[in-house]
Design a protein around this ligand. Structure first.
Ligand code: TRP
Length: 334
């Protein structure tokens, strides 16, 4: 039996792309061997910033889960569920809110950034300030000790530990302090070399068709110093070469010498990458298409996941109730 437990989640705000695959999903899949895993669609977290239009939320939730499973998450081994189907998240969030000082949240670097960045969205709402409190509840509800996340989430995990510590100091040692676990992969930049992001439209989605993959790859920026076909290229600063390393590692060394020796031009190099990437994603794409063609089965997977998650969540909330409202736990003799 695996004794260490993981919880992680993603907000369902759009299609998943190759950045998610390389930066998170492949790692989630591997962790299944070592940990008992809970993987959650953080749909309430999405509502916190997307509340003005939630019409696509359910669609993204389902499609993201199809991508997770297609990438190798196994519903038999991992508990895959949607946050809003487990109402205990909201309840523990309220309990944690009672012990979280508002200045902790106002100081949170991600909050300050988002307030500036998301100018187009109104995130002056109360829930958005409390985003890390719900995230702490997500983790603590399952007493997860490890949380695989990207760099951008480290501040939230620090807050989680502080909230848990404060809760425990008032109500007893109910929750472990979870550690974040950074994913050790090079970050894949977008097609235009900016951060890969839905809002920039510079990504390749996991469900993209081969034609669109080829088309998008053909627009990628290459080594900007290589002006003529006869100039030697610089693969180490070329985004296209980084993609070769991620998706066609077997031919990357040969590509390097072709490029530095000016034996291949950027157009041909990209054409081949488009073919390889389309091929690389084929099994994932086929599996995802099959999953999405059978929504009833996906529903069953998610209902079963929510049921499994709720069992754990209910047990935790019983402890919380007992501690907060000074009730005796039933098993201790009524
Ligand atoms: N905040 C995370 C993100 O934006 C998503 C998330 C919600 C999460 N709850 C979580 C991640 C719990 C890890 C653990 O990526």
């Amino acid at each position: 039996m695996k004794t260490k437990r993981i919880l992680s989640g993603m907000r369902p705000t759009g299609p998943l792309h190759i950045g998610h695959l390389v930066g998170a999903l492949n790692n989630w899949v591997k962790l299944q061997d070592e940990f008992e895993c809970f993987y959650m669609v953080a749909d309430w977290h999405a509502v916190m910033s997307e509340y003005k239009d939630t019409s696509l939320l359910t669609r993204w939730s389902i499609e993201n889960v199809a991508d997770w499973i297609a990438a190798g998450l196994d519903p038999k081994r991992s508990t895959i569920f949607i946050q809003s189907q487990v109402p205990e998240h909201a309840e523990l969030c309220l309990a944690f809110a009672c012990v979280t000082p508002v200045p902790w949240l106002e100081r949170c670097p991600t909050y300050k950034e988002q307030m500036k960045e998301l100018e187009s969205k109104d995130v002056s709402n109360y829930a958005f300030l409390g985003y890390p409190v719900l995230q702490a509840a997500d983790i603590a509800l399952y007493k997860a000790d490890t949380v695989p996340v990207g760099e951008d989430q480290v501040a939230h995990l620090e807050l989680t530990r502080e909230i848990v510590r404060r809760f425990n100091s008032f109500f007893g040692e109910i929750f472990p302090e979870p550690m974040h676990r950074l994913t050790a992969t090079a970050r894949l930049l977008g097609l235009d070399r900016r951060k890969m992001s839905k809002s920039y439209g510079n990504f390749i989605a996991l469900g993209e068709t081969p034609e669109d993959i080829r088309k998008k790859v053909s627009t990628m920026f290459t080594d900007q110093e290589r002006l003529r076909r006869s100039d030697p290229g610089h693969p180490d600063v070329c985004n296209v070469f980084a993609y070769y390393q991620a998706f066609a590692p077997d031919i990357a060394p040969a590509r390097r010498t072709d490029c530095t020796g000016a034996k291949v031009g950027c157009t041909d190099c990209k054409r081949e990458l488009g073919d390889r990437l389309a091929e690389f994603l084929r099994p994932l794409r086929e599996k995802r298409t099959a999953l999405l063609a059978d929504p009833k089965k996906l529903r069953e997977i998610l209902d079963a996941g929510a049921e499994k998650a709720r069992k754990v969540a209910r047990a935790t909330m019983e402890e919380v109730h007992a501690a907060v409202f000074k009730k005796r736990v039933a098993s201790s003799g009524g």
